[in-house]
Design a protein around this ligand. Structure first.
Ligand SMILES: [Zn+2]
Length: 523
């Protein structure tokens, strides 16, 4: 056990242990603590050695130190152990919220932080088990220099998803943190409070330490403004909340109508009708974003944060003129965005590739990029970004570093692929149940899958089942039913047990799948 002692003199956080040393230290600690220690979790600091370990299906935080006070910061089992004639303190503590909070105060890389204008990837994880796989994919794609990777967001969940998965924003944050600890990811990560709609949503997420706030004013977007007759349009513009906008129709016209706006690679002039349509459509959304932003700034106080505005879940496409209107207004009102998600051309359905004309997408994202470089710069955010393999090279080429890729459902689908491989009977039951639920559950999503076109797996041998996850219709049907599946009592326990038992399998599947997401953004 001589390998342990040198690590107990580190006051500052020591660099990560080399692979061989980590394996030896993890082995020795595992004997002492009677568990399986994750070698990459090892962190020497504050005169102690911190680690994550597994006993059966449960995970525990461990701390070995000479000083008894260090381990006492955690609620768990404290014991004395002998190592090479020295008496040391060993703490084994459950992975509770309180212990997560205590660990954050000791290891700063476990605290979510703003990511700035680096290209970034949101890795939503509805199960709280996917972060290790996401980290492995980042390492496999971007190599050992972790600061050069896409900056990751590991905690990312909307209030809607929280309601469906039964987790709180704090639990989402803690689950991601334990994954970061397990894999020893020290290059930082963000936490995205996704699709926030109300001031109350902001408060809950600010309290949980989120750093990236996606304000979704989609309910305030007037999709009829694109087609309304002009007199009706005038009335809609007059009725905007001009007090919040701190402006007036005359002021708006004076600032933006009928004058060339230089966007670098192109110039655009908004005639009054175009401007009025843009204002009628997005004026209330801008006002709502301003209100949310100011409230957020108050809630965060001195803590740094980033803001994204997303209007991706609306019916009509965001035009160049409309993006100019939004960007100019946010800039004038002092709202600084790190990213913005317009509603792009084409169709972004959940968990499947982009549906639409790739040339049209390239042209449109290039225009949006010109606006973001002029009024920001801020990143363009690709929502429903899971599995949009055909547009990643385009987005990467056009946006360079100014891109944020947001995924979530695809990690759930990979979990189902793992279940298909590891628990085929359970998988068959889930598929049958999802078929029943689909007509109801599809209501709140934009999907086109048809039940009749989903392959019938009844005659398939078990070893073919993971292939079902390659089918367009199956992917969408299984994706939108995730809430029903996770909340169906007969499934919940066996579902999580299978994934915890076969943790490595799930991580390997995620790694393979996310390498396909990240590779087009490398280099
Ligand atoms: Zn979205």
């Amino acid at each position: 056990m001589t390998e342990l002692l040198p690590w107990l003199d580190q006051v500052e956080l020591a660099p990560p242990l080399a692979e061989e040393a980590a394996a030896a230290v993890a082995g020795a600690l595992g004997e002492l603590a009677q568990g399986q220690v994750y070698p990459r979790s090892l962190a020497a600091a504050h005169g102690g050695l911190f680690f994550l370990m597994r006993r059966g299906l449960d995970k525990f935080l461990g701390c070995l130190s000479a000083d008894a006070g260090l381990g006492q910061r955690f609620t768990g089992q404290h014991s004395q152990v002998q190592v090479d004639g020295r008496t040391l303190q060993l703490t084994v503590a459950p992975t509770t919220g309180a212990n997560a909070a205590a660990l954050r105060t000791l290891l700063p890389y476990l605290v979510a932080r703003p990511l700035g204008l680096r290209k970034s990837a949101g890795c939503g994880d509805r199960l709280g088990l996917a972060t290790p796989g996401h980290i492995r994919a980042l390492r496999a794609t971007f190599g050992r220099d972790e600061d050069a990777a896409m900056a990751p967001i590991f905690a990312q969940q909307s209030i809607r998803e929280n309601a469906r998965t039964g987790r709180t924003p704090q639990e989402v944050m803690d689950d991601a943190m334990w994954g970061v600890f397990q894999e020893g990811w020290r290059a930082g990560f963000g936490a995205d409070a996704d699709h926030l709609k109300t001031l109350a949503d902001v408060d809950i997420c600010a309290a949980a330490g989120y750093t990236f706030y996606t304000v979704d004013p989609g309910d305030h977007v007037d999709d009829e403004a694109n087609t309304a007759a002009f007199p009706a349009l005038e009335a809609r513009v007059d009725a905007l909340p001009w007090d919040v906008l701190d402006s007036s129709p005359a002021d708006l016209a004076a600032r933006l109508a009928d004058r060339p706006i230089d966007l670098g690679t192109l110039k655009v002039t908004l005639d009054r009708e175009t401007l009025w349509r843009a204002a009628a459509k997005y004026g209330r959304a801008v006002a709502h974003t301003v209100t949310m932003y100011r409230h957020l700034a108050g809630a965060m106080g001195e803590r740094p944060f980033e803001l994204e505005m997303s209007v991706d879940e609306t019916a009509t496409v965001t035009s160049l003129a409309e993006h100019v209107y939004i960007a100019a207004e946010l800039q004038r009102l002092g709202v600084r965005c790190v990213s913005l998600a317009p509603r792009y051309v084409g169709t972004f359905e959940k968990g499947v590739d982009y549906i639409g004309d790739l040339d049209a997408f390239e042209q449109s994202i290039a225009q949006h990029m010109a606006v973001s470089r002029t009024f920001g710069p801020y990143k363009l955010s690709l929502h429903s970004g899971s599995d949009k393999f055909s547009i990643y090279p385009i987005a990467s080429r056009v946006a360079g570093d100014l891109v944020h890729l947001k995924t979530a459902g695809t990690s759930y689908l990979e979990a189902l692929r793992a279940i298909a491989a590891m628990a085929p009977d359970l998988f068959r039951q889930i598929v049958a149940f999802a078929r029943e639920r689909y007509p109801t559950d599809r209501a709140s999503y934009h999907v086109s899958a048809e039940l009749e076109k989903m392959p019938d797996i009844a005659g398939w041998p078990d070893d073919r089942l993971p292939e079902l996850l390659n089918d367009f219709h199956a992917r969408e049907i299984l994706h939108v039913t995730f809430g029903s599946v996770l909340n169906h009592p007969p499934f919940r326990e066996p579902f999580f047990t299978a994934l915890r038992t076969h943790e490595e399998t799930y991580s390997e599947m995620l790694e393979r799948h996310f390498c396909r997401h990240f590779a087009p953004f490398a280099g």
